[in-house]
Design a protein around this ligand. Structure first.
Ligand code: TYM
Length: 332
């Protein structure tokens, strides 16, 4: 069993990343062999500033370590230091179909009305993502709901490659997504129908790991809600997207069921609930942001951690890359 997952080093790590993915990453490192990476190669699929990408890659590595990712248990690296990711992407490009990529909702969302002006990298992004996990024969991929479609594509590519070139053996393992039931999709604080995202123009829509206590309190106080009091059980949240989101965040941090949270707050307005929620988020993020602030300026330590992880990843990916070249009949 092997766990593989990645995060783009663009912008700040936010509460959606944390509850949707990173908290699971940290839990899984005690149970299985885990590889976690900064998807810096994915980050160049959108217009970007090179100096910012370097800084963000180091910051995201520091943020993951601050969240509890232990580099003595997990293998932490950035894609750019493991050329096999890009190589395998090309080798899989003969197998991935245009029609499959045309169905990817992320490409549609990110290219918007400017499809012709979108980069080729944005279109073939999911093939690189498939390479990321297939390279290591990942069995489990902990992600939020928004990455489900990309992982289904990775499975389709693996399956077709095995059929076409496997000669009776499986070159690639079909990976299973691990999506947390309760926190698969944390929504924007401004709009309960949009996911919390780094790319949302409004910083009020998300809580960042680096936000201080006052900012977290302000953002939650201003979070959109409706006029009804909180219901006493989960069924009463039906059709109330913003309330569902906030109660879900509370329950996730309190590590209890939504019903348990509502037993306490049912019948009350949002004022007291939002204060309690802010307190809980601040309490959970405080030790993380303290560790982050202590580490983020130490480039030497961060670079050493990434170099160590990359060396290990290069070693672990080598056999599958070789088998892929061989299967395709490429003479080396
Ligand atoms: P990224 O950087 O957008 O997000 C990192 C992880 O956070 C999860 N996530 C959320 N979960 C719940 N609610 C939200 N609002 C929310 N926003 C983000 C994402 O699902 C993800 O698990 N393409 C990927 C990075 C990637 C990758 C991979 C992931 C590249 N290669 C291989 C897994 C395997 C991405 O852009 O994630």
């Amino acid at each position: 069993m092997r766990v593989v997952s990645g995060i783009q080093p663009t912008g700040n790590l936010h509460l959606g990343n944390y509850l949707g993915a990173i908290r699971n990453w940290v839990k899984m490192q005690d149970e299985m062999e885990c590889l976690y990476f900064l998807a810096d190669l994915h980050a160049i699929s959108m217009p970007h500033n090179p100096a910012e990408l370097t800084a963000n890659t180091r910051e995201m590595a520091a943020a993951l370590i601050a969240c509890g990712l232990d580099i003595n248990k997990s293998i932490l690296f950035n894609q750019a230091q493991v050329p096999a990711h890009a190589e395998l992407q090309w080798l899989l490009s003969g197998t991935a179909r245009m029609g499959w990529l045309n169905r990817m909702t992320q490409f549609k969302d990110k290219s918007g009305k400017n499809r012709e002006g979108a980069s080729i990298a944005l279109f073939t992004y999911p093939v690189l993502q498939a390479a990321d996990v297939l390279l290591y024969q990942a069995t489990h991929v902990p992600v939020g709901e928004d990455q489900k479609q990309h992982l289904e594509l990775a499975r389709d590519i693996a399956q077709k490659f095995n059929n076409d070139f496997g000669n009776g053996t499986d070159i690639f393992t079909l990976p299973d997504p691990i999506i947390p039931k309760a926190t698969a999709r944390i929504m924007s604080l401004r709009d309960g129908t949009a996911k919390m995202s780094k790319s949302d123009l409004s910083d009020m829509s998300r809580i960042n790991l680096v936000d201080d206590a006052d900012t977290i309190l302000t953002k939650l106080k201003k979070a959109k809600t409706d006029a009804e009091p909180l219901p006493s059980e989960a069924a009463g949240l039906e059709g109330r997207a913003e309330a569902t989101n906030l109660v879900g965040i509370y329950a996730a941090f309190a590590e209890e069921s939504v019903d348990a949270t509502l037993t306490r707050f049912g019948g009350q307005g949002f004022g007291a609930f939002k204060s309690a929620l802010a307190e809980l988020v601040i309490e959970n993020f405080r030790p993380i942001s303290e560790r982050f602030n202590a580490l983020k300026g130490d480039h030497e330590q961060i670079d050493a951690a990434l170099a160590k992880g990359a060396a290990k990843a290069r070693e672990l990916g080598a056999p599958t890359l070789k088998a892929t070249y061989n299967a395709l009949g490429l003479l080396r």
